[in-house]
Design a protein around this ligand. Structure first.
Ligand SMILES: [Zn+2]
Length: 196
C-alpha cells in the first residue's frame, strides 16, 4: 500500500491489488473519501488511513465517481459514513446492478446511495458520462485538485467506453466540460500512463 499527500488536504492511497482504483482522502472537518478501491484492498486502505490518523469511523462521506466494483471497495467498513454517487449512476444501478458494477454488485447490498448535489463540501460536481452513464468528475478548488475517476487519466488518456453502461459517444463532450478547469493536480481513478 502506498500513500502520499498530493495537495494541502488531499491524500492518495493505492495498491497493492490490481485492478483497484486510487482512494483519495480529503481531510476536512467532515473527512471525505473519493472511491475506495477494490474490496480486497480495503483492510490495507483502512490500515493506511489509521497511519494518517483517520480511523474508519471518522470518515463522514464516501463519494463514488462511478459504481464499478474496483472503486466501491467494502463500504460496510465505514460505519459512520454516508455514500454518494450521481443520480444517473444510482438509476443505472437500480436498473441493472450487475451491469453497473460489472461484478460483485452485492457489495452494495444494504448500502444507501445518496444523490450527490452539484456542490458538496467544497467540491463541484461535473456529470461526465461516457465511461459509465453516471460518471462524475469533482473539482476541489481550494487545493486545485481535479478528481476524474475513470473519465480521464494522465497524458490525456480517456477512459474505456466499451463497458456495459458506457455511452461511447459522450466522453469527448464530457471532457470538454472539464477542459477549462485550472487544476494543479490531476487525481485520476487509476495511474494508467498508456492507453489500456
Ligand atoms: Zn470504471
Amino acid at each position: 500500500m502506498k500513500t502520499k499527500k498530493i495537495a494541502g488536504s488531499v491524500w492518495k492511497i493505492n495498491g497493492p491489488l490490481e485492478p483497484s482504483s486510487n482512494c483519495y482522502l480529503i481531510t476536512q472537518k467532515e473527512p471525505i473519501l473519493i472511491d475506495i478501491g477494490e474490496r480486497g484492498n480495503c483492510d490495507d486502505i483502512i490500515k493506511t488511513l489509521k497511519l494518517i490518523g483517520y480511523n474508519p469511523e471518522t470518515i463522514k462521506h464516501v463519494i463514488f465517481t462511478h459504481l464499478h466494483y474496483d472503486h466501491i471497495g467494502n463500504p460496510k467498513k465505514f460505519t459512520n459514513a454516508k455514500f454518494y454517487a450521481s443520480e444517473q449512476e444510482i438509476l443505472s444501478y437500480n436498473l441493472a446492478a450487475q451491469k453497473t458494477c460489472i461484478k460483485n454488485q452485492e457489495i452494495l447490498d444494504g448500502i444507501k446511495l445518496n444523490k450527490l448535489p452539484e456542490i458538496f463540501n467544497g467540491l463541484k460536481v461535473y456529470l461526465t458520462p461516457g465511461h459509465t452513464r453516471g460518471s462524475i468528475c469533482l473539482w476541489y478548488e481550494e487545493d486545485k485538485v481535479l478528481f476524474t475517476g475513470d473519465t480521464l487519466f494522465k497524458n490525456g488518456i480517456l477512459g474505456r467506453t466499451d463497458l456495459p453502461t458506457s455511452i461511447p459517444g459522450k466522453i469527448e463532450q464530457s471532457i470538454s466540460k472539464i477542459a477549462e478547469i485550472p487544476y494543479k493536480v490531476l487525481a485520476p481513478g487509476h495511474d494508467y500512463e498508456n492507453v489500456q
